[in-house]
Every structure is written in C-alpha cells, then in structure tokens.
Ligand binder design. Structure first.
Ligand code: ATP
Ligand code: LTN
Length: 333
C-alpha cells in the first residue's frame, strides 16, 4: 500500500506490573527489531478496560508503563510510541472488523474462556470483542510482523483470518501479518508455581518480578522461588522450576542453556538462585535508573505520547478511510 518500510507493531496492557516475562517474551524482541522496521508500540489501555480498573491507579499505571517503554530504550525518534486511547482509528476500524468476525470465532478464544471463568461477575462485551480490537490495532498500520509471547498466537491467527476474509471480498486492503514468537522465552513461568505462566496481574506478590523492582526484593523472590526435588541444575521436563530459572538466566545473560548447566555443575540450588537473581538485577539496573528519571518528567512523557499519537493517526486514518470507502460508506467530503 503506502509503505516504504516493513511495519512492526505490538502493545502491552497497563495492568498489574510489567514483568520480566513481558520483557523476555515481548519487549526484548521489540528492542532487537526496532531498527529494521517502522516500529509501532502502544499502551493497550482500551484493552485493559475489559477488566475493572480503579481510574486513579489506572491513569498512573498507564503513564508508568509508557515510561518503562522509554526506559528500556524504545526510541521515540525511531519508533511510534503512544496510548491506544489517543488514536480513535483503533475503535473506528474495530467496528468495521466486528462485522466481519463471527460470534463463534470470538467465543472460541482461549483467553476469552479463561477470563470469563476468572471474572464471572463481569463477562462484558469488551472481553469477547478484545481480539477484534487487537486485530484492528494490527491491521490499521498494514503491519508485517507482530512480536508477542506464545499466549497471543491464537489472537494473531484470528487477525489473519479476518484480514484474509476482508481482502477476499474487497481486494488487497490489508497486509496479512505474521507473528514473531521467540523460540526461547516465549512463556516464562511464575516463580511461585512453575506450572503457571508468570502473569502481571497475579495477586501473589512472589509470583512475578517487575522490570523496575528493587534489587533486594528481586533477590528475596528468587531465593523463595519454588524449585524441584533433587539438586542438579538441569533443564528438563520433570524440573519445571529449575528449567524456568535456567530460561530466565540465559535470557538475561545471553548464555546458552548448556553453558549455564555447565557453569552450575556441583553448585546447589541456593547458589544457582542467587546467581539468577544477580543476572536479573544487573540487566534491569539501567532500566530502573532511567525509569526513575523519566517518571518525574510528566511534561516530557506527555509530549512524546502526543507526537506518537499524531504520527500514528496519520497512518491509521488512511487505512480507516480506505476501509470505509470499500464498504460503501458515504465520504465526508
Ligand atoms: P495478564 O496476566 O494481566 O493477562 P500478561 O502478563 O499476560 O497480562 P499481557 O499484557 O497480556 O501480559 O502481555 C504483554 C506481552 O507480554 C504479550 O506479548 C505477551 O505474550 C507477553 N507475555 C506475557 N506474559 C509472558 C510470559 N510469562 N512469558 C513470555 N511472554 C509473556
Ligand atoms: N493482547 C495483547 C496486547 C495487545 C497486542 C495488540 C499485542 C493488544 N493489541 C496488538 C500485539 C499487537 C496481550 O499481550 N495481551
């Protein structure tokens, strides 16, 4: 369409705390890829409304997540960074895509089923429509690549199905996107229960590590991390706790699993856990320091977000214009 460069897009909901799972599964790849694509990264604040939020806390958290994006090194000079709610084209396209998505498809989504079971008192329309908003996010920018953790694979497949369905009827309107799911680190597990995903809204404070957490707290949580019987530091299916810690260690240091296993031959679990904690603390130190500066400068954050939203709207409005025209809606002028 109107693209000079390949486009990459991703987002995170501002709920709970941004965890090392979000970093390893998603943000790490964003950083790796941001130079090779026109990159679009937003705070998925509209998605977060599908579960109840305290408005005062929500506002602070969304701004804090935005500062964390920047603290990681996402660069507003190179990439487009903004809040989803500042770009109305997301919901404008969503409406059109709603009319090309079957209720059965939405009901089949694992995340919808999980979240409905978790929030039985609030199974709202937004929860079911969540993946269609995500499809709109992606298709608005003619996105080629979507770097996410494995839990988002089903939503990406639905996005592709909707895009193909629309294109079959109206011609080449949307780029059909590919997912970018890392081979390692696509699913970091909870420190409190290594059979469950590390989730940013886990009520157990020992389950997840925030990317801006204080070093002593990181050390304490790793020392308490649930591990397995035995004493050998080895990656294997019957050792979910140790395997998870090995994944975290290698993702933070760049070492391979076998290098790490070798490094810890003859060391007990206690020593290994401290070393994993140290690696996490070291990787996150510059992020925490940069974050501390950025979060104090609200004027700067607001300005970056404003400029990001303007750039995003420029691209997004062209897609919405094209889609509305294809659908036969009367043009405004
Ligand atoms: P919640 O638990 O509140 O539903 P979440 O922790 O799953 O949230 P999301 O905002 O849904 O976080 O996800 C943001 C990005 O981080 C997505 O690309 C997702 O795939 C990735 N991600 C989330 N948790 C993990 C994890 N434990 N391991 C690897 N990647 C993850
Ligand atoms: N549903 C995603 C967040 C998200 C997203 C997107 C990711 C919303 N819109 C578009 C990639 C592309 C999640 O991680 N829970």
């Amino acid at each position: 369409m109107f693209k000079e460069q390949k486009v990459l897009l991703s987002g995170i909901q501002p709920t709970g705390i941004m965890t090392i799972g979000n970093y390893i599964g998603a943000v790490k790849n964003w950083l790796k890829l941001q130079d090779d694509y026109l990159s679009v990264y937003f705070i998925a604040d509209l998605h977060a409304l599908t579960v109840r939020q305290n408005p005062t806390e929500f506002k602070q958290r969304a701004l804090s997540f935005f500062a964390q994006y920047l603290a990681f090194g996402l660069d507003p000079e190179k990439s487009i960074l903004y809040f989803q709610s500042h770009v109305p084209e997301h919901t404008q396209l969503q409406w059109a895509l709603n009319c090309f998505t079957y209720v059965g498809e939405a009901q089949r989504m694992t995340q919808f089923k999980d979240k409905s079971a978790k929030h039985t008192d609030n199974i709202n329309m937004g929860l079911m429509d969540y993946p269609v908003l995500m499809a709109a996010d992606i298709l608005l920018f003619q996105t080629d690549l979507v770097p996410v953790g494995i839990d988002q694979k089903q939503h990406l497949e639905l996005t592709r199905d909707i895009a193909i369905r629309f294109n079959n009827q109206f011609g080449d309107v949307f780029t059909v996107p590919d997912g970018y799911i890392p081979k390692t680190g696509a699913k970091i597990m909870s420190l409190a229960d290594p059979t469950a995903k590390m989730s940013k809204s886990d009520p157990d404070p020992n389950a997840a590590i925030s990317v801006i957490e204080e070093p002593d707290s990181i050390m304490r949580k790793f020392k308490r991390a649930v591990t397995d019987s035995g004493n050998e530091v080895k990656f294997s299916e019957d050792k979910p706790g140790i395997s998870n810690l090995l994944s975290i260690y290698t993702e933070m240091t760049g070492k391979t699993i076998s290098e790490a296993e070798e490094e810890f031959v003859g060391h007990g679990y206690g020593d290994f856990k401290s070393k994993v904690a140290e690696a996490v603390i070291e990787r996150l130190r510059p992020v925490r320091e940069e974050y501390a500066k950025l979060i104090k400068d609200k004027a700067y954050l607001t300005e970056v977000a404003k400029q990001g939203a303007e750039k995003a709207r420029y691209i997004a409005s062209r897609t919405v214009g094209k889609v509305y025209k294809k659908l036969g809606l009367v043009a405004k002028e």
